[in-house]
Design a protein around this ligand. Structure first.
Ligand SMILES: *Cc1c(COP(=O)(O)O)cnc(C)c1O
Length: 358
């Protein structure tokens, strides 16, 4: 059996919404549907303002710009995140400063941030991986005490909660992707959430050429109307999708009988969205297990993306700063698909493959 790690949906309402957009004959990012989509996003996430962007990457670029990050500045981030979280920092002319994670989750370790802050530090970025919550409450309190804005890269964490609240409620600026692989999928796309009026105004200006007022700088990072139409119908399906993911993950976890495989630790008062099920492996050769599962048709993001710490890749080597906890963390985890399209038979197959490992 070969389990797919890609989840594609088609809702009846997709056709209705796209048809409505076509009938308006207005397809640019300034069309009415984009504003409607933004209102719907803000209301879903309980945020004051939402702005749709052309991708998750441009959402991060925008967040850095409005937080005032420019040439020579430093940005605190973990090295466990994907390259897409860090490229925008480098493109802004700033320097990513890799800080360690906690021992058993992807949250930034406050002690290490404390040691790494300099006069050039401009913002802190947290990237909760595979939709597992990190302690963004503690991090937000810390960032406030240092007067540094906290940007959350929630590209994988739509719907992830801490203290019964979406993670975005703890960020000064939260960035999301709606790429085809993400929980809200519009093909390409992204959005920014904030409760801060000034940040919001600067975002709206930046993504449309600085309002072309001859004073402000800006680029074109707007989301097109057809994508927004798709987003409109996909938001309605998020809650049901997360319930199914949760149910699939619980089924697998409850049936694991192998004593060196368990679910990744979920922090206190946290709820993952199960973008993927994360497993913690404690065998003497974890990579062998991950590759074996992958060969037997249970795909892992660790294999697909050659997952390792960013500073292990040539393009980020110059920013290398050993992160002890992160080094251990990435060697002990793997991902398992739990998306709603999996059948009962496929879920059983996954469990069998995990339990068959010797
Ligand atoms: C997908 C992703 C991005 C990039 O989003 P795009 O829409 O593909 O540009 C950024 N950060 C993280 C953590 C992601 O998973």
């Amino acid at each position: 059996m070969k389990i797919s790690d890609k989840y594609s949906i088609l809702c009846d309402s997709d056709f209705d919404n796209i048809k409505k957009v076509l009938e308006t004959k207005k397809f640019s990012g300034t069309s009415e549907i984009v504003k409607k989509y933004e209102k719907k996003l803000a209301s879903f996430f309980g945020s004051k303002y939402a702005t749709a962007t052309s991708s998750g990457t441009t959402a991060i670029q925008t967040a850095l710009f409005i937080a005032g990050v420019s040439s020579g500045d430093e940005v605190i981030i973990t090295s466990t995140c994907p390259s897409m979280s860090v490229f925008p920092i480098i493109f802004a002319g700033a320097k990513p400063v890799f800080c360690d994670t906690e021992v058993d989750n992807f949250g930034l370790k406050i002690d290490d941030i404390e040691k790494s802050i300099s006069t050039r530090t401009k913002v802190i970025i947290e990237v909760p991986m595979w939709g597992y919550p990190t302690d963004v409450k503690k991090l937000s309190d810390f960032a406030k005490s240092k007067k540094l804005p906290l940007i959350l890269d929630l590209a994988q964490a739509h719907g992830t909660k801490l203290n019964e609240k979406y993670l975005s409620s703890y960020g000064d600026i939260s960035c999301f992707s709606t790429h085809d692989r993400k929980i809200i999928a519009t093909g390409e796309g992204g959005f920014i959430l904030t409760d801060n009026k000034e940040y919001h105004e600067r975002t709206v200006s930046f993504i449309q050429f600085g309002n072309m007022n001859g004073i402000d700088f800006g680029l074109n990072y707007k989301l097109g109307a057809l994508q927004a139409g798709l987003g409109m119908s996909r938001i309605d399906y998020v809650k049901e999708q997360l319930e199914k993911r949760n149910k699939n993950a619980k089924y697998i976890v409850n049936n694991i009988k192998n004593n060196f495989v368990e679910e990744f630790k979920i922090i206190d008062r946290g709820n993952p969205n199960y973008y993927s099920l994360l497993l913690m492996l404690t065998s003497s050769n974890n990579l062998r297990i991950i590759k074996l599962l992958d060969e037997r048709g249970v795909p892992s993001d660790v294999v697909r993306y050659n997952y390792k710490l960013l500073y292990e890749y040539p393009i980020f080597k110059r920013f290398k700063k050993i992160c002890v906890n992160s080094e251990k963390l990435v060697k002990n985890i793997t991902t398992i698909p739990v998306h709603p399209a999996l059948s009962g038979e496929e879920l059983e197959y996954i469990v069998d493959q995990i339990n068959n490992i010797k």
